[in-house]
Design a protein around this ligand. Structure first.
Ligand code: G4P
Length: 534
């Protein structure tokens, strides 16, 4: 029991989010390096490596040099057991990216110091705020010409609606980058690009710095010295309050400046981050909150990945353990399936290696072999008490295509393929009101999923499809549950379309925000939601 508590307490599970190219992969590599999880930098991502080579449909990834799926990496550092959830970094990211955040207890947002807040960061950030998880900001690439730190903080506050607290403060940037001033320790960490591969060393020299000591000006130059003194005075006086409760509630983001590529500021960031984040958080279920320390195992499925091995058309269901301990071969109750099952071939990603796990604890992510029984959001639990975790939201797709099959004789394969791929959560399928499956509307979060769909239907189900873009940009779930509710009676603009999902829920497709407002204004009892439920 003490063992269980200890194991769970030392776990930290977080996701790294960023716009492509801000440096997420580089930062992840350096973090893994500290944990001794990998020996060589540059080994993390499938960009050039062959980590995902087993999966055929991921040829698309390889062709485009991007990573479509997200994975989990575990490593140990200072007696912490750290799980990093990697979110796909390309513009064409999918719903998987969003769902991964559902499994994390906190998020690290990487921002390019020259670019500031970019579109994808904004989208992912929205999901973080939905869950009120702590968000830490790493402002990267200080070794390059950067925007003013004040500007960057201001932009984060304005654009993302979160307060910020700079934990350290940069001294210059680019060629002039001298290092950072640690506000807590009151010391300067001097910038030296450490090549950890050459000497196996990660530590960056730091010196205690009394800002009243003019000798400092020799170290960083009189101009930087004066600027730093002014900046620190301004920051200390400006009422940037550090409030741990606000951090925990996701209202205040601690900000760190650094340079992942040169391994500068990464370890101090990791240390502070681990201090400030909490061990696995309780999760909401229909019987109340589930405490992670509860000895009985429980978990929910947040991601399903298909066809790691094409010969077997198998799937891996990734689940986040919410309480207790998982042991290999244990029997658990699958709530949605209504029966006991044995979790087969449990796997975990240790850095880039897939390993069979013997045991795992609350906070960990495991992938289990799925013969096609799991859906996203499913609950698994052991012990006498049975409950359901609150579902995972279905995120609003932003691109829509009408999809028809070329050869109508292959209807069965078409329906099966579409349904299975939709079950994995890569696409969402909709129909006309009372329509059949001859013609479906497919909605996706990132347009790459259309290519993946076409490719997979062809290679796995031997079905060719025709796709035609639809001009809709917004989707809303209709939440009205009244018996006499009839979507046909709604007063809508002529370019708004009424559809339903496979479960029979009604939705509306809009071409612009103006039409959404029209619908709301002309149908006072209409209740629209931006998220659906699995
Ligand atoms: P991502 O996962 O967020 O998409 O970004 P990634 O880490 O792949 O980094 C994108 C590019 O930015 C890479 O260069 C990387 O080397 C560079 N980079 C990351 N962190 C820093 C930093 O602190 N300083 C500087 N100067 N550059 C940084 P690339 O040339 O696109 O790729 P590569 O050929 O080096 O892999």
């Amino acid at each position: 029991m003490a063992d269980l508590k200890n194991e769970i307490q030392r776990r930290r599970t977080f996701a790294i989010i960023s716009h492509p190219d801000a440096g997420k992969t580089t930062l992840t590599e350096k973090l893994l390096l500290y944990g001794g999880a990998i020996n060589l930098a540059g080994a993390v991502k499938g960009k050039k490596s062959s980590r995902h080579a087993v999966s055929d449909w991921m040829e698309i990834e390889k062709q485009r040099g991007i990573s479509v799926t997200s994975s989990v990496m575990q490593f140990q550092y200072n007696n912490f057991c750290i799980n990093i959830l990697d979110t796909p970094g390309h513009q064409d990211f999918s719903e998987d990216t969003y769902r991964t955040l559902m499994a994390a207890d906190s998020a690290v947002m990487v921002i390019d110091a020259a670019k500031g807040v970019e579109p994808q960061t904004r989208k992912l950030f929205k999901v973080c705020t939905l869950r009120h998880i702590p968000i830490f900001t790493f402002i990267n690439k200080m070794d390059r010409e950067a925007r003013s730190p004040y500007d960057l903080l201001d932009e984060i506050e304005q654009e993302l609606g979160i307060s910020t607290y700079p934990m350290n403060w940069p001294i210059g940037s680019g060629k002039e980058f001298q290092g950072v001033y640690d506000r807590n320790q009151k010391e300067i960490i001097v910038f030296r690009a450490v090549d950890e591969l050459a000497n196996g060393q990660h530590e960056v020299p730091s010196i205690e710095a009394d800002l009243n000591d003019p000798a400092l000006s020799e170290l960083i130059g009189p101009y930087h010295y004066q600027t730093l003194c002014d900046d620190v005075e301004l920051l200390d006086g400006a009422g940037y309050e550090f409030d741990m409760d606000a951090v925990r509630g996701g209202a205040l983001s601690p900000v760190f400046f650094g340079s992942a590529l040169t391994n500068f500021g990464v370890e101090p960031f990791l240390k502070e981050f681990l201090n400030m984040t909490s061990s696995p958080l309780p999760r909401e279920a229909d019987c109340g909150e589930i405490d992670p320390m509860r000895p009985d195992f429980s978990a929910f499925v947040f991601k399903i990945q298909a066809n790691m091995n094409r010969a077997h058309r198998d799937r891996i269901a990734f689940m986040r353990i919410c309480s207790g301990k998982f042991e290999k071969g244990m029997e658990v109750y699958h709530m949605q399936g209504g029966k006991k099952i044995k979790l087969a071939q449990p796997q975990q990603m240790m850095a880039q290696e897939r390993e069979i796990v013997e045991e795992a604890y609350a906070g960990d992510i495991i992938g289990v072999f799925d013969p096609g029984i799991f859906s996203i959001g499913d609950t698994l639990c052991a012990g006498s008490e049975k409950f359901l975790f609150g579902g995972i939201p279905t995120f609003a797709p932003e691109h829509f295509n009408r999809v028809t099959q070329v050869d109508t004789m292959k209807r069965k394969q078409f329906v099966k393929g579409m349904e299975q791929i939709a079950q994995e959560g890569a696409i969402q399928i909709f129909q006309e009101l009372n329509g059949g499956m001859e013609e479906v509307i497919v909605g996706v979060v990132g347009t790459l999923q259309f290519d993946v769909l076409e490719h997979r239907l062809k290679t796995e189900y031997n079905v060719e499809i025709r796709m035609e873009g639809l001009p809709y940009e917004y989707i809303r779930w209709i939440e009205n549950k009244e018996e006499d509710f009839d979507p046909k009676k709604l007063n809508l603009t002529s370019d708004t379309r009424r559809i339903q999902d496979l479960k029979g829920n009604y939705l509306l497709l809009f071409s612009n925000e103006w039409s959404i407002r029209w619908a709301e204004e002309h149908n006072p009892t209409l209740k629209l939601a931006e998220f659906g439920r699995w």
